[in-house]
Design a protein around this ligand. Structure first.
Ligand SMILES: C[S@@+](CC[C@H](N)C(=O)[O-])C[C@H]1O[C@@H](n2cnc3c(N)ncnc32)[C@H](O)[C@@H]1O
Length: 261
């Protein structure tokens, strides 16, 4: 395995247990049936009933199983051993049907030889991708002709701003970035030894998908994000986070829907 991905596998094994128990991840609500995916992906994905769905970077499979509850035939893949273990436990507890595979996304073609009606991935995934062109080729490889790829993800523009909307980072980056001794975004008491990430612009993502043979149906941008990027962020009833001024003037989330012709 790529040594940077190995660092991230260990990092995600440490996070999984903390996330599984953390109230923000809503495992309890998932098990009692009240957990819902965001209205954004529910609306933009449309009816998944009866469709085969590959969930890339599925973490401990709660979103994957939520799609399964809506009638999709789900396969979830993730690099973290503990995430896949928890995903299988959650599947059994919820009495749902899904298949989970532990693999680095870049090794997926070695272990999975199928195509899907829908390839899906969401929120907090691209940072872990070391090669965006190869990622897009893998995405395209798994979409059936006539099928779709859908991603909802935090907008790269948000990384540029601090909690007062002042610029703190450039938009363009290159190469891997190491973050030793960072707290987890959810369980702030969990300090992680190391993580490696890569930042991709919207142009990188769109161009890679197009060059991999996907036809972009849309690229949407939204003025809210899925997590409390800064401590002063406020949350609305749908679970989205905003700057405290409440203005809808910054792109904080994007979604892309693409078709394989
Ligand atoms: C922020 S989580 C995504 C959570 C997702 N929104 C969900 O459905 O719960 C990022 C996931 O990417 C996984 N990951 C990181 N690098 C990976 C890689 N190279 N191959 C496959 N999965 C990877 C991590 O293990 C983690 O579960």
């Amino acid at each position: 395995m790529n040594k940077d991905h190995e660092i991230n596998r260990i990092n995600w094994n440490k996070r999984t247990e903390a996330h599984f128990k953390h109230p923000d991840y809503k495992v309890k609500q998932f098990l009692d049936g009240t957990f819902k995916l965001h209205p954004l992906e529910l609306e933009e994905m449309g009816d998944v009933s009866g469709k085969s769905l590959l969930h890339l970077q599925c973490h401990f499979g709660m979103d994957s199983l939520a799609w399964s509850r809506l009638g999709a035939h789900v396969t979830g893949i993730d690099i973290s051993d503990d995430s896949i273990k928890r995903a299988n436990e959650l599947k059994d507890k919820a009495e749902l049907d899904a298949r989970f595979i532990r693999t680095d996304i870049f090794d997926l073609p070695d272990v999975l030889d199928e195509q899907f009606d829908i390839v899906y991935t969401s929120y907090g995934v691209l940072w872990w991708i070391s090669d965006i062109k190869r990622w897009a080729e893998i995405v395209a490889r798994y979409v059936k002709p006539g099928g779709i790829f859908y991603i909802a993800e935090t907008h790269p523009f948000l990384d540029m701003l601090d909690q007062d909307k002042k610029f703190i980072e450039p938009y363009f980056h290159s190469g891997a970035e190491h973050y030793p001794n960072e707290p987890d975004y959810c369980d702030k008491d969990l300090i992680l030894e190391d993580e490696v990430g890569w930042r991709w612009s919207l142009g990188d993502v769109v161009t890679s998908l197009v060059q991999a043979g996907m036809t972009i149906e849309y690229l949407h941008e939204f003025p809210f994000c899925v997590y409390d990027r800064w401590p002063n962020f406020i949350k609305d009833d749908d679970g989205w986070y905003f700057y405290p001024d409440g203005k809808k003037d910054i792109p904080m989330t994007f979604s892309i829907r693409a078709i394989k012709m």
